[in-house]
Design a protein around this ligand. Structure first.
Ligand SMILES: [Zn+2]
Length: 396
């Protein structure tokens, strides 16, 4: 058996007045997704466990078949993996933003989307001046970097993501807890060091800390060889952590202009060498964050036509047994312009029809891939991480 998991980031949504009470998935023209839903098995799955932050990293962990409550150890370690930085047992990784703070307030958590080239110079300078045996900076892209520290420099600390405090006075949001003063001292020193530099970066902002996650590789856990295609570095990091092949597709931008068709073609090619390929498309989520209905519908329609359509065309005529799971990771409702932790609709389809997968509720009578139609399905996966095992095993 070969399998494809196609993730439309943030696709699901609420009914919108502007769409006559339809959701974007319902309003969009999606013949390929609809085909999968009509001819497959549909249900609902919840990828964000109660009490956890509804991030794409947590959701992807569930989709990949790992319980985030057991394995998620922070964003920092995934960033480290995506940069190819191997954490030692006694090290903790922080995502380290370059930010603009003005008059004590968080003015811009991206430091004006600082260029990678300028940022790299700053990170080098930080390393030269503030780096020690126990403190290392690694340059990433634009404002997104990495700080690795020896874990013994602090106990349990609490940090705040800088994008959550835009416009607010930073004072109340500095790191807290045992050993936080080490980190605050480092932040203060960075502020002095960056004083008068030519960019809009005024200091570092470390957050999302954690040790290397201890997870069995995908091969160990499922006995299958897996690959992942995504433009999002966090998900690349997760893929690397799990020992998956991480495939770069030229022109994959993570936005509306992404190379949709290329992703599907690379995925089909990767399926020759792998048992299972995960394809992640970020664009619907971005449109959700913008609160732009038109963009979201366009992203969903492009996802349907170029990603799902390209794959469906190939597998419908295939003599091989190829199974497809399609789903969002979490909703990114237009109304809220951010992620929610709610369950999402999914569809499972197998080439040559339904034989080979058991489950569902018999004839579900579902006509399309959208929230209203899939409500008819009684199938609900409470712990989203359990879906992948069922999908691979063919018993839903
Ligand atoms: Zn997401």
């Amino acid at each position: 058996m070969k399998a494809l998991v196609i993730i439309g980031d943030g696709m699901s949504d609420y009914p919108l007045k502007a769409l006559d009470g339809k959701t974007p998935l319902e309003a969009a023209r999606t013949p390929n997704l609809d085909y999968l839903a009509k001819n497959g098995i549909c249900g609902w799955t919840k990828n964000i466990p109660a009490g956890m932050n509804p991030g794409s990293d947590v959701a992807a962990m569930s989709i990949f078949g790992y319980n985030p409550q057991k394995y998620f150890s922070g964003r920092g370690p995934l960033e480290a993996a995506s940069l190819g930085v191997k954490l030692k047992k006694d090290e903790v990784a922080f995502r380290c933003n370059l930010v603009s703070v003005k008059d004590g307030k968080m003015k811009d958590f991206t430091a004006g989307h600082i260029s990678t080239k300028e940022a790299k110079k700053i990170i080098e300078k930080l390393n030269r001046t503030l780096g020690t045996k126990g403190i290392k900076f690694y340059a990433g892209l634009s404002y997104r970097h990495l700080l690795v520290m020896k874990a013994k420099s602090f106990g349990k600390i609490k940090t705040t993501p800088p994008h959550d405090i835009t416009g607010k006075t930073i004072h109340g949001f500095l790191p807290q807890g045992r050993g936080a003063e080490n980190l605050i001292r480092l932040m203060n020193k960075s502020e002095v060091l960056l004083h008068d530099n030519k960019t809009r970066a005024t200091m570092i902002w470390p957050w999302g800390e954690g040790p290397a996650p201890r997870m069995p590789s995908f091969k160990q856990r499922f006995g299958k060889k897996a690959a992942v295609i995504t433009a999002v570095h966090l998900l690349k990091g997760l893929g690397k952590t799990l020992g998956m092949e991480v495939i770069d597709v030229p022109g994959a931008t993570g936005y509306l202009d992404t190379n949709y068709k290329g992703k599907a073609e690379y995925a089909l090619k990767a399926l020759k060498k792998n048992d299972i390929v995960f394809i992640h498309v970020e664009a619907p989520d971005e449109a959700g964050h913008e609160g732009n209905i038109k963009h979201k519908i366009k992203a969903i329609e492009d996802f349907d036509k170029y990603v799902v359509g390209t794959i469906l065309k190939e597998i419908i005529n295939s003599k091989l047994e190829i199974r497809v799971l399609v789903l969002p990771d979490h909703p990114t409702p237009i109304k809220l312009m951010t992620h929610t932790a709610e369950a999402v609709p999914f569809a499972i389809y197998q080439s040559q029809g339904r034989q080979g997968i058991q489950g569902g509720q018999g004839e579900q009578g579902i006509q399309g891939f959208n929230e209203r139609e899939i409500k008819k399905a009684k199938l609900k996966i409470k712990n989203g991480y359990k879906l992948l095992g069922k999908f691979i095993g063919g018993k839903i």
